[in-house]
Each structure stands twice: as structure tokens, then as C-alpha cells.
Design a protein around this ligand. Structure first.
Ligand SMILES: Cc1ncc(COP(=O)(O)O)c(C=O)c1O
Length: 363
């Protein structure tokens, strides 16, 4: 199969750009002596997780229990579920997951939730691993004494064990410009490192401080207190990450736009080309639209569930019905979640079709 045979709209991955992104991030993290556990919420795809493990990742983060179940079934080791598992039904599934994949780490920020997991876990040879999630504006418990007290509770219970701290500051990832991003993540991650020191002074070992993102990895890798990085978007990239800025006012170009959505022009009128990619082909949660690749002067506007309207008045080339245009997605994670598979391309040749096996697994 060739690029031009792929039914549209579809997700296409440039395997060479993807491999470069993986090598760049894995090499950077390794050279700074940190563990690498990239976030699977971006790709939801066991093939991508395997490529990252081959590059040195110790495992894979998952945003949700059901996502982690898919990765576990695919044999991906070292799972870390980065949001708390709440409610008896899900906790029972979490215990089952820990039975089949005992190295899985779950995050917690609530005392009752810790007790519920401990009770559901029952007597076991390997206690369930719990990391305390620190609060930087969304989920988590305040760093410092509150986090220490939660770790002490975990430490006091028989069926769970304290694995360390999760320190993810989502707002830091897209803070601009570069220097403000550096200051922000150094400040917030500093609180995690202080909490680790407090824990160790209280006699509780804290072997894990995990966090970081595609926007902050450079700074977090330099933080001696962080043990592990969990960036996600770098594998594919998106329009949003194109806006965050690099050093000294430069553009952020650490990673390549490896993933695009390919669409077809399905209708033409003067100055307008309609493509078959609308709300169901791209995430719509950002104030900007998909970015056309390989053609200048094209402005994308939303035109409904199945369509996009391109203003082609100033387009750098003629567009006819049947022509294809690829777009960089505005925000990669929710865009990937709209598709069943990724067409993995070497040049124009489709080398593989990778199932997005955890697509829709948001439970
Ligand atoms: C807990 C957690 N860790 C890591 C990441 C990865 O961030 P990014 O995709 O910006 O690299 C995310 C993304 O939302 C996240 O929620």
C-alpha cells in the first residue's frame, strides 16, 4: 500500500521522524542519568510503547486504568497509572492488574482511597505499589507535610507499599517563553524534591520522583532530585507544542512533527476547498486549527463534523477535487483517540498499520 491509497481521513506516521524523536528523547534522558517512562496517553498504541522500550524506556505511563489494561495485555512492562483509581469496581480491576503485572504503580492523593486499595488488595506476597501524586493545580495532595503524612499511612498498611512521588505540573509544559517555563518547572519540581528529603528524614525511602513533559524535559533532566521523566507528546508532536518557544526567542524545534492527518479535497468552489476532515478528524480543544503541510497560504476553518473549509485564495499551488492535504493536529492526544489505527510510512510506502488499541479507553 502507498500513501496515496490510504482511505481518508487517517492518521499517518513518518517512521523516520518518529525514530528520530524517540532516539533524541531517550538519548537525552539517558545522558542525564534518569529513568525514562514515557506517557502512553499520547499514542495509546502498544507498537509505539514497544519502540520506546526498545530505545531504553523502563515502561509506560497510562492515564487511566483501562488504558493500562491494554498495555499490560500487550506485554508492556513497568506501567504507571498517573491518575487515581477511584471506586470499588475499578479498585477490584486495579488489584487484578497488579496480580498479573506486579510492577504496576498506582497513584493516590486521598487517605480513604489508600485504605480502600489496601483492603481490596488482601494479604499478598507483593504489596501493591502506590506513589503519592503531588498537587500543582489539578489532582494531587499538597507537597510537604500533607504528602509525607499520606506516605506514612501507606507505609503503615500491610497490603500496599510506598513507591515514591509523582510530580507532574501540567501547566508548566506549555508555559512560554522558554525562561518562564524553566523557572516554573524548577520551582514546582523543587517542591517534590523537598518532599522527598522530608520523607527520607522521617525514615521513609523515596526511590521514585517521576514527572516532566515534552515542554519541560530539558530542565527536569537537570534536576538532581528527579529520578524519572514521563514525557508523551514528543513521539508525534502537534501545533500546540510548535508554539511554546525555544531558547533565546527561537522556535521550539527539539522534535519533529511525525504524525499528520491526511485528508482529501472533496469539493471545490472559487477560493474554497472542502476537505473530509472536521470535528471527527481533529481535536477541537485549542484556539487554533490544523496546520497544512507542504502547501503555503492555506487557512483551515472548521466546517462541521466531517468537513474542513480551506481558504485557498493565496494557496501556493492549485487544489483539485481528489487531491490530498496533510495537517499537523492542533493537539495530538485527543486527535489520536479519534482513530482506530496509525498508518506507519517509510517515505510513501505503508510499512505497517498499528492498532490504537487503547483508543477510547478513558475509564
Ligand atoms: C501525568 C502526565 N505525565 C506526563 C504527561 C506528558 O506530557 P506531554 O504530552 O506534554 O509530554 C502528561 C500529559 O498530559 C500527563 O498528564
Amino acid at each position: 500500500m502507498n500513501r496515496h491509497d490510504i482511505p481518508t481521513p487517517a492518521l499517518v506516521l513518518d517512521l523516520d521522524a518518529f525514530a528520530d524523536n524517540v532516539t533524541t528523547m531517550a538519548g537525552f534522558v539517558r545522558s542525564h542519568g534518569k529513568a525514562f517512562r514515557p506517557h502512553g496517553k499520547t499514542h495509546k498504541c502498544p507498537e509505539v510503547a514497544r519502540a520506546l522500550v526498545r530505545a531504553g524506556a523502563i515502561g509506560c505511563c497510562a492515564a487511566r486504568l483501562s488504558e493500562a489494561e491494554v498495555f499490560a495485555k500487550a506485554g508492556i512492562p513497568g506501567l504507571l497509572i498517573t491518575t487515581a483509581v477511584i471506586g470499588q469496581a475499578k479498585i477490584s480491576r486495579a488489584v487484578a492488574l497488579a496480580d498479573s503485572a506486579p510492577d504496576t504503580i498506582f497513584v493516590v492523593d486521598d487517605r480513604q482511597n489508600v485504605r480502600d486499595i489496601n483492603d481490596a488488595a488482601g494479604k499478598r506476597s507483593e504489596p501493591i505499589k502506590l506513589a503519592v501524586d503531588l498537587f500543582f493545580g489539578r489532582t494531587g495532595i499538597a507537597p510537604g507535610q500533607p504528602a509525607v503524612e499520606l506516605a506514612q499511612l501507606i507505609d503503615s498498611l500491610p497490603n500496599v507499599t510506598f513507591a515514591g512521588l509523582q510530580s507532574y505540573d501540567g501547566a508548566a509544559a506549555h508555559t512560554t517563553p522558554f525562561d518562564a517555563r524553566s523557572t516554573r518547572t524548577r520551582t514546582t519540581m523543587g517542591k517534590a524534591v523537598e518532599t522527598k528529603a522530608m520523607l527520607e528524614r522521617s525514615g521513609i525511602a523515596c526511590p521514585l520522583v517521576t514527572g516532566g513533559s515534552t515542554g519541560t524535559y530539558r530542565f527536569d533532566a537537570e534536576n538532581p532530585g528527579m529520578t524519572e521523566l514521563q514525557p508523551g507528546s514528543f513521539v508525534f508532536m502537534d501545533m500546540e507544542y510548535g508554539t511554546i518557544g525555544g531558547p533565546n526567542g527561537s522556535d521550539y524545534r527539539d522534535f519533529k512533527n511525525a504524525l499528520t492527518v491526511v485528508t482529501t479535497v472533496v469539493s471545490r468552489s472559487p477560493g474554497i476547498a472542502i476537505v473530509d476532515g472536521g470535528y471527527k478528524a481533529f481535536s477541537t480543544d485549542r484556539p487554533f486549527t490544523p496546520g497544512a503541510v507542504g502547501i503555503e497560504g492555506v487557512v483551515y476553518n472548521w466546517a462541521g463534523d466531517e468537513h474542513g473549509r480551506l481558504d485557498v485564495t493565496n494557496a501556493s499551488r492549485e487544489l483539485r477535487v481528489g487531491d490530498r492535504i496533510e495537517f499537523i493536529p492542533p493537539h495530538v492526544d485527543p486527535t489520536v483517540n479519534l482513530y482506530d489505527s496509525i498508518y506507519a510510512l517509510r517515505g510513501d510506502r505503508v510499512e505497517a498499520v498499528w492498532p490504537i488499541a487503547a483508543r477510547g479507553k478513558s475509564q
